[in-house]
Design a protein around this ligand. Structure first.
Ligand code: NDP
Length: 309
């Protein structure tokens, strides 16, 4: 038996089409399109790629977008001044501060300064509170994208046992809330969970959001489970990549880049599971799709654009 592959691109494509149509309706009604501003501090190449991809996708759906690139030595105060300026700029509907910030920046203070109405990443405590109460203004993009993937793949959530490995504010905790509100029974695991594999084997839906390449082996997965792999890990050690990926390793890509992107879940889990998300190509594209959905929601929430869109 080999599991169904749950691919993120087709779902991202559907989300982008829906957002494009809504944006056209907004502009046809004479309103400005939604506008996202992304702030990047420092020269981390992966972060720069993420920001470029996000602003490019914005333009594809008809949004206004802008990337503000700041030097590595930008202070918390300087960053706060920029966030406050964007809060007060009526043209800007969504503000995204790309993480991680350099170590000297106070990430919590910066994220708390973002106007909750423009907080399209859903990191502000106000928005987290609304999410916990089951009346979200926005949902964090990665877990919300996973819900889209499950629902659009006709995977039942209600009544199922969902096990999440990871309890971060960005993925694990909001994932738990979104599944709970859809009537799953939810277990959250973390680095101090004893006998992790046994807990995970009881899952109908297993979400791995850990950041440890290949942590989830066949031993973690019960027959027929749906396995969602959030992990994005760069593995530059050939022996480690071979041990985790086996025949699935793309050695041509390894030679070209000097590393492979590996999930938290081993590919051979597909021999036991009913459905799995690949890495890359699974959860990643959904995160961007949901960011656009949130930016559209922010524009609708902030502005009097009637029923347009
Ligand atoms: P964090 O580092 O914030 O959280 C990791 C969580 O995993 C923590 O709760 C930690 O437990 C737990 N953990 C670590 N090691 C183990 C272990 N051996 N056994 C059980 N639990 C463990 O990571 P994020 O949530 O931000 O990200 C997780 C992964 O998802 C990363 O690879 C990241 O790159 C990726 N990611 C992918 C996205 C996408 O778009 N596809 C978006 C966001 C993240 P404890 O709390 O006890 O320390």
């Amino acid at each position: 038996m080999s599991a169904n592959l749950l691919l993120g691109k087709p779902v991202q494509g559907a989300l982008l089409e829906e957002v494009t149509a809504a944006t056209r309706a907004i502009t046809d009604a004479g309103h400005r399109p939604p506008h996202l501003t992304a702030v990047l501090v420092g020269g981390d190449p992966a972060s720069a790629i993420y920001v470029r991809t996000k602003t490019t996708k914005c333009r594809e759906v008809g949004f206004g977008s802008e990337g503000i690139i700041l030097p590595e030595e930008t202070t918390t105060e300087e960053l706060l001044a920029i966030v406050r300026r964007l809060n007060g700029d009526d043209k800007v509907d969504g503000i995204l501060v790309q993480l991680p910030l350099p170590k000297h920046c106070d990430t919590k203070t910066v994220l708390d300064a973002v106007d909750p109405a423009k907080d399209v990443d859903c990191f502000h405590p106000h928005n987290t509170g609304l999410l916990v109460q089951g009346r979200p203004r926005f949902a964090p993009a990665t877990p919300a994208g996973i819900i889209e993937l499950l629902e659009r793949s006709d995977i039942e959530i209600s009544g199922k046992h969902a096990v999440i490995i990871g309890r971060s504010d960005i993925v694990g905790k909001p994932m738990a809330m979104l599944l709970l509100h859809r009537h799953a029974t939810v277990t959250i695991c973390h680095s101090r969970t004893p006998d992790l594999a046994a807990v995970c084997r009881g899952a109908d839906i297993l979400v791995a959001a850990v950041g440890v390449p290949g942590l989830v082996t066949r031993d973690f997965v019960g027959p027929g489970a749906v396995v969602i792999d959030v992990g994005i890990n760069r593995v530059a050690d050939r022996a480690q990549a071979a041990e985790i990926l086996g025949d699935a390793a793309d050695w041509a890509r390894f030679e070209e880049r000097g590393y492979l992107v590996v999930g938290d879940v081993r590919p051979d889990v597909a021999e036991v599971a009913a459905a799995v998300t690949p890495v890359p190509g699974g959860v990643g594209p959904l995160t961007i799709g949901m960011l656009l959905v949130n930016t559209l929601a922010a524009a609708r929430g902030r502005r009097d654009i009637g029923n347009a869109g």
